[in-house]
Design a protein around this ligand. Structure first.
Ligand code: BGC
Length: 261
């Protein structure tokens, strides 16, 4: 990794992105011109229970590794919860202790630097709009991340509407991320076909509600898209995210450089 130093937030062409998930915490340095990672991607397991102090400590360890040769870069952190005015106001796959917490301020205290703080799927949507599958796409784009939960980012003509939380749509009496997230496939040992049946119901419901122009599917499983996307029968085009599981890191980094605080 080459040394990167002394860049201010407003002129930054590189930044650090950290993506906190229910299973793993990942981070890297991002080139904001090319939208590529320019350091190794560091990944640590999300501490069991997902409690605030533990997650912040693990994030600190991760940041120390990522930023070893990169001082003063803007830092963006994205998190799997509704983020409003720096507060986390939901917690689906992390400890309920996050609900109502001034999380941005807590991270800033723990990491000892200012951060930009956003929802993880919103960061991924922002990255795909800026560097990926949604670049220049007109109309309504819905990006979903299929992982521990289902995250969503809603874009209209490239503009993000934050905190849509469409993974929690109630379908057939279920909070549907518990049925259709990739974790449900793994937990219940579902075949690609069985899982695709649930995705069919999920994306048909989104389609009926939003009439989108494009669906983008992210999350780690999107690298195996050929096993399930062709099984879906939708009016809307549905394609894998360009940045797959790195979109959160890219988006968090890009947001940090664009909206310094
Ligand atoms: C959370 C969202 C998050 C998604 C993906 C859901 O359970 O409610 O905020 O974006 O998981 O991590």
């Amino acid at each position: 990794m080459t040394a990167v130093t002394g860049t201010t937030a407003t002129t930054a062409t590189t930044a650090i992105g950290i993506d906190i998930g229910g299973t793993g915490i990942k981070g890297a340095i991002v080139d904001l011109v090319t939208g590529q990672l320019v350091s190794d991607r560091v990944k640590l397991a999300t501490p069991k229970g997902g409690r605030p102090h533990d997650i912040i400590e693990t994030t600190r360890t991760l940041l120390n590794t990522v930023s070893k040769n990169a001082c003063d870069l803007p830092v963006g952190v994205c998190f799997p919860a509704v983020v409003k005015n720096g507060h986390t106001i939901s917690a689906a796959n992390v400890s309920p202790k996050w609900i109502g917490l001034a999380a941005e301020a807590l991270f800033e205290k723990g990491l000892e630097l200012p951060i930009h703080f956003a929802n993880d799927a919103d960061a991924a949507g922002y990255a795909e709009a800026r560097f990926g599958a949604a670049t220049g796409v007109a109309g309504v784009v819905i990006l979903t991340t299929l992982g521990t939960g289902i995250g969503s980012a809603l874009l209209n003509n490239g503009v993000l509407v934050p905190n849509t939380e469409l993974g929690h749509l109630q379908i057939d009496g279920h909070d549907y991320e518990t049925r259709a997230a990739f974790s449900a496939k793994e937990r219940e040992n579902l075949s690609w076909e069985k899982w695709a049946g649930r995705l069919q119901k999920y994306y048909s419901t989104l389609e009926a509600l939003f009439s989108p122009d494009l669906f983008i599917v992210g999350g780690g499983v999107s690298k195996h898209h050929e096993h399930f996307l062709p099984l879906l029968d939708l009016k809307t085009r549905i394609i894998p995210a360009v940045h797959r599981n790195n979109a959160g890191i890219l988006g968090a980094a890009a947001l940090a450089a664009e909206f310094p605080n």
